[in-house]
Design a protein around this ligand. Structure first.
Ligand SMILES: [Zn+2]
Length: 227
């Protein structure tokens, strides 16, 4: 089969985000149809600052000493950035598709991401490989990277992140098959607990033909593993 293999970078996080019309998130008060709203306003930074001050004092620090004075505000800004995806619907990036008779695998490999483990609030960092078999329509390649970026920017577990992206592809693009493989290192495993740095956690989520056909599954796995 003909390959369409490319890599894309999802490192641009400075663009302005827009609210989406129908957030699939189960949380109450999903954002309304206001495409100009800024999700940053949805994060209560002063509450985060107070909480960080409380933690600092609880571990026995003096939250008012020079070096720590600006830490609560800094952490609040960081959380605002790390969790920006909570107020966005990544699936909106898959709304615009193009008719295309290409009926081979499309794979965007090595999309870098950083997410936050919801169990420890420590980052996990790695790459996502996102592929699909089109069903008459294709989506812009960079959109796949954007989906990964926004799904990552919320409290996450890698398993759910993998499934979320695969489900979105299948539902929004009506693909014949979708495959998402994520490889990442979890700092909660490296820094605490078993303290095993350098371990890689790999998760995969296969849909459609990649689940039912052994040949299609090996084909996309081979493409993902090409180095
Ligand atoms: Zn963890």
């Amino acid at each position: 089969m003909v390959l369409d293999l490319m890599t894309a970078s999802a490192s641009n996080t400075n663009e302005s985000y827009a609210f989406n019309e129908s957030s699939p998130q189960p949380h109450a008060g999903a954002p309304d149809k206001d495409s100009s709203a800024n999700p940053r306003q949805a994060v209560n930074k002063s509450a985060i600052e107070n909480a960080v001050r409380t933690i600092l004092e609880a571990v026995g620090e003096d939250a008012l000493r020079d070096g720590l004075l600006d830490t609560p505000a800094r952490v609040a800004r960081m959380y605002e950035e790390m969790f920006a995806g909570l107020h966005l619907d990544p699936a909106r990036h898959l709304e615009t598709t193009f008719p295309e008779e290409y009926d081979e695998i499309v794979l965007v490999r090595d999309i870098p991401f950083t997410s936050m483990c919801e169990h420890h609030l420590l980052p996990f960092t790695g790459v996502a490989h996102v592929g699909y078999l089109p069903n008459g329509r294709v989506v812009g390649l960079s959109k796949l990277a954007r989906v990964v970026e926004e799904v990552a920017r919320r409290p996450q577990v890698q398993e759910r992140m993998t499934q979320t992206v695969a489900n979105m592809l299948e539902e929004k693009l009506n693909t014949k098959g979708a495959a998402v493989v994520i490889e990442s290192e979890h700092s909660c495993m490296a820094l605490r607990g078993v303290r095993k740095a350098g371990t890689l956690t790999v998760t995969s989520s296969l849909r459609g033909i990649f689940r039912t056909s052994q040949a299609s599954r090996s084909e996309i796995m081979t493409l993902i593993n090409v180095r």
